[in-house]
Structures are given as C-alpha cells and as structure tokens.
Design a protein around this ligand. Structure first.
Ligand SMILES: [Zn+2]
Length: 312
C-alpha cells in the first residue's frame, strides 16, 4: 500500500515537472466549474434598441436605467425567449426595476453575467469630435452607444449562424457573413487590443481583437488579398470602435498564404465570449449569433447625450 502511494506520488511529481505551470493551471481550472459554459444571444434588435435608449435617456435622471439589467430581467421572466416581448414590455420592465429587485428571480444572475459578457462595452462615455456652427472642431464627452458596425458600406446578409460548413471538417458557421465588395473598409466594433493578425487556413487574412475587459474576442476574416489590413497596425496595438482595421476580400480556405479561395467577397465576423481562459481555444468555445447586433448597429443610431466639452 505504502509502495503504491509512493509510486502515485512519483507519477504526479513527474507529470507536474514535465508539464510545468500548465499542470497546476489545469488542476485549478478543473476544480473551478462555476464559469458560464453556454450563451444564446437572440434578443431582437428593436428590443435591444429600446433598452439602450431608456438607459441613455435616464443618464441625468435620479433613477437610472441599466439596459443590461432590464434585458436580463425580461430574459429571466420569459425563459430567455424574446418572441413575445414588445418595446412596451421593455419600458414597463425598466419602470418596475426602479423600485424592485429581481435578484430572487431564478436565472436572473445567469442572464446578467451572460448578457454582461456580450454588452458590457456597448454604452458609456466616450470622447468625440464635434463641429461648431463656425466650422471649428472641438472634443466633447458624450454618453451613448459606443460600439460601431463592422462594415463601413452597403452589404447584404441573412441569419446564417449555425449553418453547415464543410471546408477542412464538418462544422457549424460560428459567425455572421456580410456580403459586399472587395475593398470596403472593415471597422473595429469595440475598443480593444489586437490579439492576432495574419494568415489562417480557414479565415485567410484575419484579425482578432480582444475587448479591454477580456471577455469578448472579435474575429474579422477573409480580408483583401495583398493589402488586407489598415496601415500601421500590429499585434498588441490598441484600436478604437469605428476605426478602420482592414478591407473586405475573399482570402482563406488554403494552407498557402494570400490566396483567394472564398467564392464571393464577404466579411466573416464573429464574437466569442470568454468567461475563463480555457474557453479561448479548443472544444468549449462560445460564439454568439451576431444577426440582431448587426441589425441594431445598421439602423439609425441610438440617442446620444453630450456631457461636456473636453479641454484641449
Ligand atoms: Zn462566415
């Protein structure tokens, strides 16, 4: 018995020695199973819009509306199904939450965390240039929707999340395709840090940007042959929402670099959620449906409140 225990101890020590830091990291991760493993994001764009509008409009009011809290409350009430939820229901929920706490509602905290991971960077303060009547520009602090549409031009799209794809291996489409012309500028949806930039067998010329809170990874793929990226960008650089990061093209589906193997020019756009770093790569990735997000960002913008002028 004693011998068997010694052998076991030796094996554990050897494994730890061989795998180094990763061995202890994976031990730690296995014991912590509390992070979220699955998120479905299907809130219709008019519902998203109304919640965001109420949040922004309440900016200077005593009782603030938090759009993520409102949407989480509605999700918890309706089992995550927004099919019958109206814009009037959103306003009613916002009113209700001004004097009531939904914390006893089953699943409320799940939705708060899940939707927070998707939308935490969407609404807030940001600096912007504003032209005065006399033509001079000044910098102002605004409060509103910060995120921007990833395509700077006309496009067509459909709800194609989860469709079958067969290049390489049978799999599901983990993103959203915007069909447009080669060369149309691609914008960063949210501020963040460029995590990867270069060639990938599937995505072709692609760029991956991580939000500052680490929870969202934005993936922009099939960029233009020869000149895929905006000039001066590199891994580790910071980008702003709306900043041009590259150009639409049709590269990808090839081991060889800089090959146009995608049939029609389009931007493949994906949003991955990361509650724990083990979800970044491998089999347990969470990608969300971006169709309603694209609709929200292509419609007339949500209201914006100008706060103050920023002194130069
Ligand atoms: Zn795609």
């Amino acid at each position: 018995m004693k011998l068997r225990f010694s052998i076991m101890l030796l094996c554990v020590s050897l494994t730890a020695l061989l795998c180094g830091e990763h061995f202890f990291q994976s031990l730690h991760v296995q014991s912590d199973a509390s992070y979220i493993k699955w998120v479905e994001f299907t809130i219709p764009s008019p519902i998203l819009y109304r919640a965001i509008e109420l949040d922004i409009q309440s900016r200077n009011e005593e009782e603030r509306v938090d759009f993520i809290e409102v949407l989480s409350y509605l999700a918890a009430k309706n089992g995550g199904n927004f099919k019958k939820v109206t814009q009037a229901d959103v306003a009613k929920a916002a009113d209700f939450l001004k004097s009531n706490s939904p914390t006893d509602l089953k699943q409320f905290s799940y939705y708060l965390n899940a939707y927070g991971a998707v939308m935490n960077g969407w609404v807030g303060e940001y600096e912007a240039e504003q032209k005065s009547d006399d033509g001079t520009a000044k910098t102002v602090l605004k409060y509103g929707l910060i995120v921007r549409h990833p395509v700077k031009g006309y496009y067509s799209d459909s709800d194609d999340f989860g469709n079958n794809r067969s290049y390489g291996f049978q799999r599901k489409h983990q993103g959203h395709d915007f069909f447009t012309s080669t060369g149309v500028p691609v914008a960063a949806m949210e501020d963040g840090v460029i995590e990867v930039m270069g060639w990938n067998r599937y995505g072709g010329w692609r760029i991956g940007i991580r939000s500052f809170d680490g929870m969202r990874y934005y993936y922009y793929a099939h960029l233009r042959k020869d000149t895929p990226f905006a000039e001066g960008l590199a891994e580790g650089h910071t980008v702003k929402a709306g900043q041009t990061i590259g150009y639409v093209g049709q590269t990808g589906y090839s081991f060889k670099e800089n090959v146009n193997n995608i049939q029609v020019p389009h931007l493949h756009f994906g949003i991955q959620l990361i509650f724990n770093e083990v979800q970044k790569d491998g089999n347990n990735q969470i990608w969300i449906d971006c169709y309603q997000i694209a609709k929200l960002l292509s419609n007339p913008p949500a209201p914006v409140i100008v706060e103050t002028t920023v002194e130069p």
